[in-house]
Design a protein around this ligand. Structure first.
Ligand SMILES: [Zn+2]
Length: 580
């Protein structure tokens, strides 16, 4: 039985859609005037997971999302960039859709642009005027008849919603009309408003601004009215789920309730309100001025998209998430554990029959998994189950107790999970291993079979010089480009490295600062170890490849490589003093 935490009632409630198995879900879409950031990605990944889960459970989900394509932010940015507002908007709409595609967010049934629903918006404003919930600024003197004010037309500001007229105002955000004065955006500013929290439904346009014809005069819609106009068109006055980030609760979602319930007289407009928690970067709110603004596009330049999905889903959707590169590194390692496990079970050769019956069954995992998601989409718990399965599977493989039938069941189960999560079986970009390398690997295998270890080792060295690593596994040699982070190889002995690093540090003066930047800039394999609070020491992993060599050879090695690094752009923050 699916339970959701409803922000409106602040309780977990059993999910019962209004019409049987049909689910109408609306999520606030982007205002397209810039690249979307990872905070946006969080919300959209969460609702993508939710709609996919509901569909897996047999619900017929209509997932609707608006696209705000007329707004102060768009107009201001277009003026700043000296471009036409619509061109700017369409460019970033395209970028947004590109980001969504890259993140495998493909569950939205319909994207609806605000400017393509002006007719519906005008009709809602009209109804609010007729019902007495809206008024025009400046207000006409009593007894004056509409348009006969002549010059007044020139000074018209906009049509506003009178929040004091709506008795339930504040029921979502738990605020009163009197408290409703903050979080007002520029479009909602007008000196002559009846209440400070009144918001704009229709803004009369100034010269040069986008405008549409309406019975009230040329103008453009306010932000909140576009959502209700769009949802009423596709869903009607009442529907099942409204989602969005937590910071949209006030005033945006509160305004949506006030508009729609005043227009239709039916409540509640939305049965379940779901809100995603904040995403901070190293403990701080993301802001361009702080320089901690991470766009989806930038993230995807250095990381595969599945990492972001996993990073988002390993935290409960309502909890805060803190983003840092360290956290992302951990996520990477966790995903690699899953990858390695899948590799193992895919290549499981052992068909040895064991006497124990039902040694391994995925059904227990499946039911715990479902239980977790049914409980307000408890994804961290569901993900923990995947790792339980990996651990148990690995230990059975090590004991030669996992049969191929078990392996098939596990794969099937993971595939089912991944229909919702989309971070396990991600189509990886194919690593193109050049033909000459493959040839060398083959040759080396031949020598290994003939136990000609020295020859085999020589070839391994040659391959390494060209830029590839070889790892010998039960299933045969694995080849990886050397530029890949070596943690991909997984089983390094971290404790050994720590001891080794401590040994290097003892009695020697090593100051390594911003080495992390160097590695990132050079795309070199590295291992970064937290030694003391706040201090990180990084070492080339090739050093450890030659652990039998002395400290002296390490120095030589480093000297040689630093020299070789000359051709790369070295990060300006780097300063490195080595004093052995
Ligand atoms: Zn919205």
């Amino acid at each position: 039985m699916l339970k959701l935490f409803n922000s409106l009632t602040r309780k977990k409630e059993i999910f019962r859609p209004r019409e049987g198995k049909k689910v109408k879900m609306f999520v606030c879409g982007p205002t397209c005037y810039d690249f979307s950031h990872i905070g946006h990605a969080r919300t959209y990944i969460v609702f993508d997971m939710i709609s996919k889960y509901l569909r897996e459970r047999g619900y017929d989900v209509f997932y609707l999302q608006n696209i705000t394509d007329v707004d102060d932010k768009i107009i201001d940015r277009a003026i700043e960039k000296k471009v036409f507002w619509r061109d700017l908007n369409r460019k970033f709409e395209k970028e947004y859709l590109k980001d969504m595609k890259a993140l495998n967010i493909n569950s939205v049934t319909k994207y609806a642009r605000a400017t393509e629903h002006i007719k519906e918006i005008i009709s809602q404003v009209k109804k609010l005027l007729e019902k007495g919930f809206a008024y025009q600024i400046p207000e006409l003197p009593k007894g004056a008849k509409g348009e006969d004010e002549g010059n007044l037309h020139r000074l018209k500001d906009g049509i506003y919603y009178d929040i004091s007229k709506f008795k339930d105002y504040g029921k979502l955000s738990k605020r009163t009309v009197l408290q409703a004065e903050d979080a007002v955006s520029r479009i909602d500013e007008a000196k002559e408003k009846r209440n400070k929290g009144d918001f704009c439904l229709w803004k009369f346009s100034k010269p040069g601004e986008p405008k549409w014809k309406s019975p009230f005069g040329w103008g453009r819609p306010g932000w909140h009215i576009e959502d209700t106009a769009i949802t009423e068109k596709y869903f009607g006055a009442q529907y099942d789920i409204h989602g969005g980030a937590k910071d949209l609760i006030f005033p945006h979602h509160e305004a949506e309730i006030a508009q729609m319930e005043a227009i239709s007289g039916k409540k509640p407009t939305v049965k379940y309100w779901l809100h995603t928690g904040f995403l901070t970067v190293k403990g701080q709110k993301m802001a361009k001025s702080r320089g901690n603004f991470v766009t989806i596009k930038d993230f995807l330049k250095t990381h595969p998209a599945r990492i972001l999905r996993f990073f988002v889903l390993k935290t409960h959707y309502r909890s805060p998430i803190d983003y840092s590169e360290k956290e992302i590194e951990q996520v990477k390692r966790q995903l690699e554990r899953i990858d390695e496990f899948i590799d193992k079970i895919k290549n499981l050769k052992n068909t040895k029959r064991v006497k124990e019956v039902n040694l391994f069954s995925t059904s227990a995992y499946a039911s715990v998994f479902e239980e977790a998601l049914e409980d307000d989409f408890n994804t961290p718990k569901a993900i923990a189950i995947i790792f339980d399965l990996v651990n148990r599977g690995n230990s059975l493989i090590a004991q030669n107790k996992l049969t191929q039938a078990d392996a098939r069941n596990i794969l099937e189960f993971l595939k089912k999970i991944d229909k919702v999560f989309n971070f396990i079986f991600w189509e990886k970009p194919k690593e193109k291993i050049p033909g000459n390398i493959l040839k060398l690997v083959k040759e080396r295998e031949k020598y290994r079979q003939q136990k000609k270890w020295q020859k085999a080792d020589e070839i391994r060295k040659r391959i390494k010089e060209i830029g590839y690593w070889i790892k010998d596994t039960k299933e045969g040699p694995k080849i990886k480009p050397r530029s890949e982070n070596l943690t991909a190889f997984g089983n390094q002995n971290v404790l050994f490295y720590k001891t080794f690093v401590k040994f290097l540090l003892r009695g020697k003066k090593i100051i390594l600062a911003s080495l992390k930047y160097l590695f990132e800039a050079l795309h070199l394999p590295c291992l970064i170890l937290p030694l003391e609070k706040g201090a990180f020491v990084a070492f080339f992993l090739f050093v450890f490849d030659k652990i039998d060599k002395s400290l002296k050879s390490y120095q030589q090695f480093l000297a040689r490589n630093i020299f070789l690094l000359g051709q790369y752009p070295i990060h300006p923050f780097l300063f490195l003093i080595l004093d052995f």
